[in-house]
Design a protein around this ligand. Structure first.
Ligand SMILES: Cc1cc2nc3c(=O)[nH]c(=O)nc-3n(C[C@H](O)[C@H](O)[C@H](O)COP(=O)(O)OP(=O)(O)OC[C@H]3O[C@@H](n4cnc5c(N)ncnc54)[C@H](O)[C@@H]3O)c2cc1C
Length: 343
């Protein structure tokens, strides 16, 4: 038997959950497919003051989190810059608690969470055939919020290319919660290492912007931990991919059709310079819901470009200049002259 669904969101991360919440708030009650909750997504979990200004609910989330007002940046040659936030603090979240809270918010508003993995999609003229590990569904509007290796993306515009992904690995550790947030830029990886303390543990990782620069990634991180944080107690270990768009043509591919939309990591919407993606996931969730509420999913293509398209395009260009040894040295020199983070 085939179950009929008006709107299905594949993926209950920040993009999918927030989209489902916004739809339900407009009296359109979607289904979210996600088999993974509760789970800790490999992530820094850092939410900037700028993102908090855009989404004030992030300042009031009733879940335990870290709050930091200092950011410590280190250039490839060891030049150090210590910056303070001006008004609000940087918040750092465990993705287990953060994502669980967002998905619960959507369910409380009226969305339904079906804990099934989508394993196949068939595109018909006016609907989608969605097959999960348990059942088949017939869906009128499909929203792909299923992350960097999105099945919805593969079934519509094709996968994000290998070139447009970055490779990361790291640990959740205990014992560094009092440290400042630290970013150590690595010119040879075109990436960075991070230490992001949360409330009762810390995300510690290393990311290379390209797979071709990921050889020996974990070894380099282990040496860094041994030298800088020998007392860190490792709780878990992970490896992950992150969208890291290097080709601005990728951002020109339409991300919505008459009955489908791609959002968040599935859309490739992560800052290629900083790796920030939670803010874009929330923005996309809201914009996709708006397009569906207006009964015109395709308008999402204009909505996201109007909202932040230019800054993402600039970010793609900036990445090329920034992630060179002189670029990173100059950037850290510039930041050293500032005392304040202006975002
Ligand atoms: C190592 C690392 C560090 C990061 N640090 C930060 C940071 O500090 N700050 C920041 O802003 N961003 C950070 N990011 C980026 C951020 O994690 C993502 O941009 C953000 O999670 C995107 O949200 P999303 O909902 O689009 O995707 P995701 O959070 O990836 O959620 C996708 C969901 O879809 C589900 N799913 C996938 N396939 C299927 C399927 N077939 N059927 C059903 N469900 C499916 C998954 O289980 C998952 O729950 C980091 C990313 C990585 C990899």
């Amino acid at each position: 038997m085939c179950i009929m669904i008006e709107i299905a969101v594949v993926g209950g991360g920040p993009a999918g959950s927030h989209c489902a919440y916004c739809l339900a708030a407009s009296s359109l009650y979607p289904v979210i497919f996600d088999h993974t909750h509760p789970r800790e997504k490999p992530c820094g979990g850092l939410v900037t003051p700028f993102a908090q200004r855009l989404f004030p609910f992030l300042k009031k989330l009733p879940i335990k989190h870290g709050e930091k007002s200092k950011l410590h940046l280190i250039s490839p040659s060891g030049r150090q810059a210590r910056l303070s936030t001006r008004k609000s603090k940087i918040r750092t979240f465990s993705r287990l608690k953060f994502d669980q809270f967002l998905v619960n918010m959507a369910v409380d508003k009226g969305a339904e969470l079906i804990k099934e993995k989508v394993i196949a999609l068939g595109r018909r003229k006016d609907f989608w055939e969605v097959e999960t590990t348990r059942q088949s569904y017939r869906v009128k509007i499909l929203i792909g919020a299923d992350g960097v290796n999105s099945l919805v993306r593969r079934s519509t515009i094709g996968p994000l290319s290998k070139m447009d992904k970055g490779v990361c690995c790291g640990y959740l550790v205990r014992g560094l919660e009092k440290e400042d947030i630290t970013i150590r830029f690595l010119a040879h990886r075109k990436g960075y290492m991070w230490v992001i303390p949360r409330d009762d543990h810390t995300s510690l990782g290393i990311g290379a912007c390209e797979a071709s620069r990921s050889y020996g990634l974990r070894r380099e991180l282990d040496m860094f931990i041994e030298q800088q944080y020998p007392h860190a107690e490792i709780i878990s270990k992970w490896t992950a991919l992150i969208p890291n768009v290097k080709n601005s043509k990728t951002l020109k591919i339409p991300l919505a059709g008459h009955n489908w939309i791609l959002i968040g990591d599935a859309a490739g919407h992560v800052s290629p310079t900083s790796g920030e993606g939670i803010m874009y996931a929330l923005l996309d969730g809201e914009l996709a819901a708006q397009a569906v509420v207006e009964n015109n999913p395709e308008t999402y293509n204009e909505f996201w470009k109007e909202a932040y398209g230019t800054s993402l395009f600039i970010d793609v260009k900036l990445r090329k200049v920034l992630y060179t040894r002189p670029g990173l040295e100059l950037y850290c020199k510039f930041l050293k002259l500032q005392n304040t983070l202006h975002f």
